[in-house]
Design a binder for this molecule. Sequence first.
Ligand code: NAD
Length: 278
Amino acid sequence: MGPRTEQKQVVLVTGAANGIGAAVAELAVARGHRVMLTDVDEVAVVSRARSLGSRAAACVLDIRSSEGWTRAFETADAAFGHVDVLVNNAGITHTGVTRDLSRQQHRDIVEVNLLGTITGVCTALERMTAQGHGHIINVCSMTSFLPLPGYATYCATKYGLRAFHHSVAIEERDGPLDFTIIHPPSTRTGMLEQEKADPACAVAFAEKSYAPQQIAGAVVDAIDTRPVEVVFPPLAGRVQRIAGVFPRLMRRVIPIAEARGLRQRERLLPHPGAGAGR
Ligand SMILES: NC(=O)c1ccc[n+]([C@@H]2O[C@H](COP(=O)([O-])OP(=O)(O)OC[C@H]3O[C@@H](n4cnc5c(N)ncnc54)[C@H](O)[C@@H]3O)[C@@H](O)[C@H]2O)c1
């Protein structure tokens, strides 16, 4: 961990039109940072940036595109002079068990969550090393510790991202950059809504979920404190981390969690006719 800094930073956030990325952008601006919001959804990201005032700007970026990454950094340089912090947040899922997803859906998840994020890290490494400072924050997932049914390829990308992240951070230990990885639990965004619609993802509802603003708090705090790794929430996160180390324990405990998730999910679903007669 580097020394704590309270300086106002220029932050480039991916997947900033919605969910956790949008909440990170909003909180970062509220704390005085300047933010380049990027997203594959151009209309949504431009409108989100406009709502945040003059310390925010927007740029379209599909994180799968290497040229797109270069353009996004150049746009941030033009707007704010440089980029101090990259929040590599964009990610997707396709819900369903492995045998039900198409080969293309498996490929999409890997191309966005793993290859897209790696491309961003490589771009940031080059540019931030040249400017002599920088901080790369990767938004990963608790599934990077714990394989879950209904999330096979998603989990694989997050396991892969964690391994990539720490490998690079160790390679770069004598350089000028800081590296932080943050693992959110179930968070109430469009992604979780998508999962709620599919019983294959029931395990996501076994534990309580969090608001995107709570995760944004951990991400934006990390801009100042530069921790190596953040599991959120700290205690439940540690339990899941340990469970992931023991395969026999996982095989026993995860189906129990999944059954609990199915029950909790049932309660969250809208029930046609509920409230009739009132
Ligand atoms: N929501 C959860 O329960 C949860 C839990 C753990 C980790 N995460 C991780 O947090 C991150 C944000 O997730 P979220 O829940 O806010 O999702 P979300 O679906 O609410 O928002 C994701 C944003 O990323 C954008 N996006 C999708 N593909 C893109 C691409 N190729 N290039 C650029 N932008 C793209 C979307 O347009 C959207 O604005 C993801 O990496 C996700 O894996 C989410």
